[in-house]
Every structure is written in structure tokens, then in C-alpha cells.
Design a protein. Structure first.
Lengths: 154, 785
């Protein structure tokens, strides 16, 4: 939750940004361990719907969660393999699969406002706030909620 | 001065001195020493003059007293001092150990432990000064000084001891306690000069001798070091990673043509294996460490219950992984408590039953088949299975019908059901009915199994089996539905390979459960593809399986052991066996029943590890289906007595003209013997029949009827044969053979009787031949089931 870099004059935080479909998301840099390209994934039968599989991250086995699926969108078309955004959690890293990685942006806290009204359903629940960045709307993702999956199919 | 922030303190921000380290050391050592002391005290109670134990206890209390004086724990010091006085009187032989003194010393240990715990948590000794304990200890010392004969020795000894403390001063290193005691013998030996205190001289000599032994013991302890457990775990993890990397290199090297690569990778392979084994050894502890606390538990429980118990332990050196030791501590304690509380009878009852007054509780540990086996046997009253069955029915865990079909061996498993306790009274020790099921769950959680055998009147044996280690295991790699999975080899029984057509023929379906007849035994099958089937699989799993069997390709059955049950897992392909590192699944996947963890294969890809118990449960193997299956198996041997069908029955008469029916399909032959032909072999009556010795069972005895005293000249015997062995059932006379529609009622089932029916207008009991044979001749019980 804390940000590593705070300037004294106006509080700005850095966000890792990425896209999923038409949506533009951001996650505080302190929450992101690293970003990796698509890794070979082992599927896990009987797991929750949004779990895409397991990846091998330098000897560590990491669960990969499909953000598209989490947001209720159809899975990626297969043209371009998804990227892994590795989030830090208490139980270790968990990967979020996204379409494309974008730049790290500095966002002024003052610009953060309520999520736009046209967001519906799952998307709305997972967004904490939004900010206008260069003509686009940056949706700040609530990572805790995003990783909190409905229970597994058994 | 170095200031160290202590994160565990309840008051944040308080700083501590480096003293923290000394206190920590003190606590660790004291706890360790106190644990050993419990055993020493129990030993001492049995053998009051056991010098070694006395000295051991004295030294420990003495050193605790010294260190707490230095640190400033005044209350503890006072208490330790009172104990030390009593102990020195015991050492001198002025006082002899008895139950009262033992209890006081045990209480002393507990109080010290309590204060240490308080220090650990709050840095203070706690509120109480424990005046009652101090008073008791002083009183027990006081009795010594009242006896005139012992007076000189009694007065002489406390002084030199204090003198020693003053002389040696404050212990500065952990070695100090030992060196202090080394110094001790001199003054003590010097004190009892007066000739009448011969008794005092002996202890002095013994103490001096002990000192030299201590020197040797001290050098042994120098060859061990104490290591932080977290460090060992880290080491274990690193070795795990190394094993994975090694697997990968081996795989790559196999593909490479380079001779040098091949040699180096082989070398790496050897070294890694040895390193792995060595590191695993560091985590191995002798089971004796867990058992150490048990003699005291046995003593406490047996005196509380008024029973006499001798506790024997065999195989203390058997080694277990540390994590397993943690898991079995509580179950073992519970089992021991149970045995003493419910198993072993009160001395009067034992004598009445012709047993020695003292019950025996034996614990045995040994390695076998890649597992650690722990057997706990008592020679107590055994478990009354009929009561267990009754309780289960009373609690609606079992219907009367299920109970009728439940064999004794299966009834035993009822004990592991939650909330079933047949104790008449719920004692403070056990009998709350939450014990055995928790024991079983805890042991199964670490991949082990529990087995119980009992014999009414004779005793009970509990067998626990646990895999040797959890982190790196040999596994069988298989492929199913396009993915690889690992199966822990410890659960693997055998592999069966069926060609397409063969598979279709030999896989039957009974009560909707697919089974395979493996050497005559029915093996329930689980199709892995079905278990894995969900929306993500490309092709429906079931159709995959069917196609495989149609196409004439191979069906692979992996026979697995899940607790007490065996089942066959049908997979697409069997790859090879490998050592894999078990990695736990993350929180999103932890709950999936069929997976126990994951691993990284040689090619770097992740593979899931199957949970054998989970697979068995999923296919409901642990419950109804197999019960039904087994009933089916029994039905093959049981007579066909179903309502509404014509049955052939042999009607026999017992001595009192009572009639019984024996299903004709169980009758081999009808024979007659002269009474003179009957001989005895041990407790059994036998006859020579067809070049073999055939045991005889008198049916009326077996079902609890009485028989007239007159011995008949001629015996009518119904010969029952099963699996090549014959038994003769002695009846009064053969009455008739009938074929009738039999409707059997089983409401009044008793041992040896299947039920009653109306045959030819009369109510006749139908004999349960296999049961009678099984109980009269235990080693024929297998063939009866």
C-alpha cells in the first residue's frame, strides 16, 4: 500500500500500466515484482475458472490468473500471447495475465477520482479509482480483490 | 552496550540489552534439561537408588538456580534452591525416593516450566511465589533432619553444597554448570568424615565417580552443535532446487553427444544425490525425542486411573523427518492415554482374568518398506466390537442392515468415526469421543495410515505407517488427457497393462463402479481422465477413455494404496519414475482434492502431483461403493438366502432336538465318526479325515446352545470345505434336506446365526457357517470373509 517514492511538493505515485481489451489499467509499482513475457503454462483441472495455469518462474511455481476471464471478458484470441504481471502477495508471487504491457506512469494523487459510471459488473468491483492520463482513462486495479477468486470448481 | 529491538514484545518500542541473548540461551537449555528430567524422575521412582538419575536431576536444578541468580529471577532461584536441598538429601542417601517425594519433584519441574514460560512471554517470573511448593519441599527435607541417625550427614551436606556455589561463583558460559559439578565432589567428599555416616561416604564416592563420567559426557556434547531450524529448512530448500537443476542437466546431457558433458553431469548427479541424502539426515530425528515425554504421561495417567502399567519402548533410534515428528506427537500421546484409560484393566480385574496385575504397554518403531512403522500394543481388555457396533447404530452412523453385513474387521474402523466413543464414563483423560478420528486425520494428512487390531480380553494393537520424508520423493510420471502428472511412489502397488480387447472384457461394472478383477480380487477403478474432466479439457474425457479401449490400444492401470483401500487408476500412458521435489500449491489451488502439490520436471515445465487419497475419496471409494463391492465379494461365499427363492437346506438336530438349518451349498459331505476317533490337538478336537487332520466344531457350542451331557457313540459331522481346507461341524443328527421358499428374518441376529425362517411349518434358525468357522479357528477367518 505504501509508495516508495513520494515527492514533498505534490504526492505522485508510480504505476505499472497495461491493457486488457479496450481497458487501460494501472497497479502501484510497489505491488509489482516483475513483468515477464508469456511462459509455458501447465493447466490445472478443477481449479477456479479464472486460473489459467501454473508457470515456472526461476524454479518457483507461480499461479497465473487470467485477468480477462476475471473481468468477464472472453479469453485472448491467440494472436498475441498474454504477458505476466507478477504481483507480490503474502503467500508469494501471483501472476496476472494481461494483453499488453505499457509504460510506467507517474500519477498525481489529485487526479484520482471515482471510477466512471459506464463501468459495469466485475470490472467496476475491481477498480478502486481512475485518472485521466493523456486522453485515456487509467483504471487503478484493486489487486487484493482481483486475486480473490470465487471458489474452485470441484 | 548493544541495543536490540525485540519484535515479539507486547509493548512496542521497548529496547532490550544483549541480556536478551543470555536469557534465550537459558530458556532453551532449561527446557531441554527439564524434558530429560521427567524421565529421570520416573526411572528414579522405580529404582530409588539410581545414582545417575539423582545426580542428573540435582545438577540441572543446581544450574538453573545458579543462572537465575545471575540474571535476577529471585522467585525461581528460591524455588530451585528448595528443590536442590531436597535433592541433595536424596543424593546423600539420607532420604529415599518415594511416591510423595516423586510427586513433589514433578511438581517442582512443572512449576519451573511454568515460570520459564512466563519469562518467555512476559519477561517476568509471574505473580506467584509458589509458597505451597516451597513448604512441601522444605517439609520433605525436614523429615530427614528429624531422624537422629541421619542427622550428622543431613547437617553436613547442605553446607558444602552452598559452599560450592559461593566458591565457584557465577556461571558465565553454558559450560559452567558442568564444570561446577565437577568442582562439587571435593567439598562433599570432604564433609562426611564421621565414621557412622557410612551412607554419606558412599554417595560421595559415587559422586566423584560420576564426575569423571561427566567429563567424558562433556566431550561428547562438544561434537554436536545447535543449529537454527530455519537454517536447516533453507538448506533443505536449496537442495531441492539443486535436485531440480540436476534433473534438467541430466535431461539435456542425455541429448548431448559431448562426452565431457556426460561425465560432468553424471558426477553432478552423484554429488547431488549424496548431498540430498545428507541434508535430509539433518532433519531426521530419532523418534526417541517424541517418546521422551511419554513415560511421564504413562505414569500420570496410570496413577490417575488407578492402574499398574509397565511401559516398554523399542526402537528409540528410529529416525523420522522433523516435520513428521511434530505431527505425530499429539496422536501418540492420545493413543497412549486411551490404552491406559480404556484398554488396560484395573489390577483386580486383571487378576480375575488370569493376567498379571501389571499391564504392559509396548511401543515399537522400525523402518520397513520405505516407511516408518509405529506399533502400540497393550495387553488390556481389547475393544468390545459389539458395543462399538451398538453405539454406531445408536448414533445413527450405521443402520441395522449395514451392521449385519459389516464384518468384524470392518467394524474396527467404526472407532475412527468422529463422535464415537464407547467409554462408559467420559474421563478427564479421554473418552470425549473426539480422539481417534483426529488421530487418523492427522496421520493421513502427512501421508500415513492407521490400522487397528483388537482381541476381546487379550488386547489391542495400533499400527501407524508414515512415509519417511515429505520434501523429495520418488514418483511415477504418467500422462493423461495430454498432460503429465506425478504419483508418489510410496502409494504405488503395481502396474497393470491391458491390451484393448482384453480391457473391454475384464473391466466389469458393479453397482455402477467399474472394477477390474486382479488375481481374483475386485479392484475398483478410477479413470483419471474423468477426474480431470472440466470445461477446459479439449476432448471429453469419458469418450477418450472409451475410444482407447475400442481402438485396441493399451489400457494402463496404476494400482494404488489409499489408506486401507486399494484401487486402480486408469491413465493414458506410463512414462517413467523420477525423484521430484514437492512444492506446495498456492492458495488458489490448495483446496483441490485430487492434487497434493506440484513439481518442476526436467524440461522446466510444471507438473501436478496427484493426491492418492483425494482421488480415492472423489470416486467415493472410501464409502458406499466399496462396501457394496465387498459385500458382493462376500456374497460369493455366502449362501443365497434371498427372500422368495427356493433354497436347499440341510436340517440338523442338536442334542436337545432343536433344529437348525445349514445352507446346502455350504455342505461338502456328511460323515459319521466314532467318538473314539476324536483326538485333541491343543484346544481343538480333531479327526483324521482323508489323509488330513480336520478340526471339529460342535455347532451347539458355537452358537451358544447347551448340549446334553451324554456323549453319543457316533458323531454326525457336516463337512464344510473352503479353499482346500475342511472343517467338521458336529451335530446331533441329520434330520432332513428340504427345498423350500425361504424368507429369512434377520431381526434377531446373534453370533453364528444368519437369521430365522419358517421351514416346514417350524421356526428354524439358519446357521452362519463361515462365521462359526471363523471364530472357532481364527486362521480360517480369512477364508470365511
Amino acid at each position: 500500500m505504501g509508495s516508495i517514492m513520494k515527492t514533498t511538493i505534490n504526492s505522485q505515485e508510480q504505476y505499472c500500466t497495461f491493457t486488457v481489451g479496450d481497458l487501460f489499467f494501472g497497479v502501484g509499482v510497489s505491488k509489482v515484482q516483475e513483468v515477464v513475457r508469456f511462459q509455458a503454462m501447465t493447466r490445472v483441472p478443477k481449479a477456479a475458472r479464472d486460473v489459467r495455469g501454473l508457470i515456472n518462474l526461476r524454479g518457483q511455481i507461480v499461479t497465473a490468473i487470467d485477468l480477462r476471464s476475471r473481468l468477464g471478458m472472453p479469453s485472448c484470441t491467440g494472436e498475441r500471447p498474454p504477458m505476466n504481471v507478477l504481483l507480490r502477495t503474502i503467500d508469494g508471487p501471483v501472476s496476472l495475465l494481461v494483453d499488453q504491457i505499457e509504460d510506467v506512469l507517474e500519477v498525481d494523487e489529485d487526479t484520482l477520482e471515482k471510477p466512471p459510471d459506464n463501468l459495469v459488473g466485475a470490472t467496476r468491483e475491481l477498480i478502486r479509482s481512475a485518472s485521466k492520463q493523456k486522453g485515456r482513462i487509467l483504471l487503478i486495479l484493486d489487486t487484493d480483490k482481483a486475486l480473490d477468486l470465487p471458489s474452485a470448481r470441484q | 552496550m548493544v541495543f536490540v529491538r525485540d519484535r515479539q514484545r507486547p509493548e512496542p518500542g521497548k529496547l532490550l540489552l544483549i541480556m536478551d541473548e543470555i536469557v534465550k540461551e537459558f530458556l532453551i537449555e532449561s527446557y531441554e534439561n527439564l524434558d530429560h528430567l521427567d524421565n529421570a524422575l520416573v526411572e528414579l521412582e522405580k529404582n530409588p537408588r539410581h545414582k545417575e538419575s539423582l545426580d542428573h536431576i540435582f545438577r540441572t536444578v543446581h544450574s538453573i538456580k545458579g543462572t537465575c541468580g545471575f540474571i535476577g529471577y529471585v522467585k525461581l532461584q528460591r524455588i530451585a534452591h528448595a528443590g536442590e536441598n531436597l535433592l541433595s538429601l536424596l543424593r546423600e542417601g539420607t532420604l529415599t525416593m518415594d511416591a510423595e517425594i516423586t510427586s513433589a519433584l514433578l511438581a517442582l519441574m512443572d512449576v519451573i516450566r511454568g515460570i520459564l514460560a512466563s519469562i518467555e512471554q512476559t519477561e517476568s517470573e509471574g505473580e506467584s511465589e509458589h509458597p505451597e511448593l516451597i513448604a512441601t519441599l522444605e517439609r520433605l527435607c525436614g523429615t530427614a533432619s528429624k531422624e537422629p541417625a541421619a542427622a550428622p550427614a543431613g547437617e553436613a551436606t547442605p553446607q558444602p553444597v552452598d559452599g560450592v556455589v559461593a566458591a565457584v561463583g557465577v556461571p558465565e558460559t553454558p559450560d559452567a554448570p558442568v564444570s561446577e559439578s565437577v568442582a562439587a565432589p571435593e567439598p562433599v567428599a570432604a564433609a562426611p568424615k564421621p565414621p557412622e555416616s557410612v551412607a554419606a561416604e558412599v554417595p560421595a564416592f559415587a559422586v566423584a565417580k560420576k564426575a569423571s563420567q561427566e567429563n567424558r559426557a562433556h566431550s561428547i556434547s562438544e561434537s554436536n552443535i545447535r543449529v537454527d531450524i530455519a537454517l536447516i529448512d533453507r538448506l533443505m530448500n536449496l537442495v531441492g532446487e539443486l535436485v531440480l537443476a540436476r534433473n534438467q542437466i541430466i535431461q539435456d546431457a542425455a541429448a548431448s553427444e559431448n562426452a565431457s558433458t556426460s561425465t560432468s553431469s553424471q558426477r553432478l548427479n552423484h554429488i547431488t544425490t549424496e548431498l540430498q541424502e545428507s541434508v535430509m539426515k539433518t532433519r531426521m530425528q530419532p523418534i526417541g525425542n517424541v517418546w521422551a515425554k511419554l513415560p511421564r504421561v504413562v505414569r500420570d495417567v496410570s496413577s490417575e486411573m488407578g492402574k499398574k502399567v509397565r511401559f516398554e519402548m523399542e526402537g528409540n533410534e528410529t529416525e523420522l523427518d522433523r516435520t513428521i515428528i511434530e505431527a505425530i506427537k499429539d496422536p501418540l500421546t492420545h493413543i497412549v492415554r486411551n490404552s491406559i484409560d480404556h484398554g488396560i484393566e484395573k489390577p483386580e480385574q486383571r487378576i480375575a482374568a488370569g493376567k498379571p496385575e501389571e499391564g504392559i504397554l509396548r511401543m515399537r518403531a522400525f523402518h520397513e518398506g520405505g516407511q516408518v512403522n509405529i506399533e502400540i500394543t497393550d495387553d488390556g481388555a481389547g475393544i468390545n466390537l459389539n458395543r462399538v457396533r451398538q453405539k454406531a447404530m445408536d448414533r445413527n452412523l450405521l443402520t441395522a442392515e449395514q451392521n449385519a453385513r459389516l464384518t468384524d474387521r470392518e467394524a474396527v474402523n467404526l472407532i475412527f468415526l468422529p463422535a464415537l466413543s464407547t467409554a462408559e464414563k467420559i474421563t478427564s483423560v479421554s473418552g470425549r469421543g473426539v480422539g481417534m478420528d483426529v488421530v487418523k486425520t492427522n496421520i493421513e494428512k502427512i501421508g500415513g495410515s492407521v490400522d487397528l487390531h483388537t482381541e476381546l480380553g487379550k488386547g489391542t494393537t495400533l499400527r501407524i505407517k508414515i512415509p519417511l520424508t515429505l520434501a523429495i520423493i520418488p514418483a511415477l510420471i504418467i500422462t493423461s488427457a495430454g498432460d503429465r502428472y506425478a504419483i508418489p511412489q510410496v502409494s504405488l502397488v503395481e502396474l497393470v497393462r491391458l491390451e484393448g480387447e482384453e480391457a473391454k472384457k475384464s473391466i466389469e461394472r458393479i453397482f455402477q463402479v467399474p472394477v477390474y478383477r486382479l488375481r481374483g480380487k475386485l479392484l475398483p477403478l478410477v479413470f483419471l481422465n474423468s477426474e480431470l474432466d472440466d470445461e477446459t479439457s479439449a476432448v471429453s474425457a469419458r469418450s477418450q477413455g472409451d475410444h482407447a479401449m475400442d481402438r485396441g490400444s493399451v489400457t494402463n492401470i496404476v494400482v494404488l494404496q489409499a489408506g486401507d483401500h486399494q484401487f486402480g487408476l486408469v491413465v493414458d500412458q506410463i512414462n517413467d519414475t523420477q525423484e521430484i521435489v514437492v512444492k506446495p500449491l498456492g492458495r488458489h489451488l490448495k483446496g483441490i482434492r485430487i492434487f497434493a502439490g506440484a513439481t518442476i520436471m526436467g524440461d522446466g515445465r510444471v507438473a501436478l502431483i496427484l493426491d492418492v487419497l483425494g482421488l480415492a475419496q472423489g470416486a467415493h471409494l472410501a464409502t458406499q461403493a466399496t462396501d457394496k463391492l465387498r459385500a458382493e465379494q462376500e456374497r460369493d461365499e455366502e449362501p443365497e438366502i434371498v427372500g422368495g427363492e427356493r433354497q436347499s437346506l440341510l436340517i440338523v438336530e442338536t442334542g436337545y432336538n432343536e433344529r437348525l438349518a445349514v445352507p446346502l451349498n455350504l455342505v461338502g459331505r456328511l460323515e459319521q465318526f466314532q467318538q473314539s476317533q476324536v483326538e485333541t490337538a491343543g484346544p481343538m478336537e480333531v479327526v483324521q479325515y482323508r489323509n488330513a487332520i480336520m478340526p471339529l466344531i460342535r455347532i451347539s457350542h458355537a452358537i451358544g446352545c447347551s448340549e446334553p451331557d451324554t456323549e453319543r457313540e457316533r458323531l454326525h459331522v457336516v463337512v464344510y470345505t473352503s479353499q482346500g481346507r475342511s472343517v467338521g461341524l458336529v451335530v446331533g443328527s441329520i434330520a432332513d434336506i428340504v427345498q423350500d421358499v425361504v424368507k429369512m428374518e434377520t431381526s434377531q441376529r446373534r453370533h453364528g446365526i444368519l437369521g430365522t425362517a419358517v421351514i416346514q411349518g417350524r421356526v428354524i434358525e439358519i446357521v452362519d457357517v463361515p462365521a462359526i468357522v471363523g471364530s472357532a479357528i481364527p486362521d480360517m477367518a480369512d477364508m470365511a470373509m
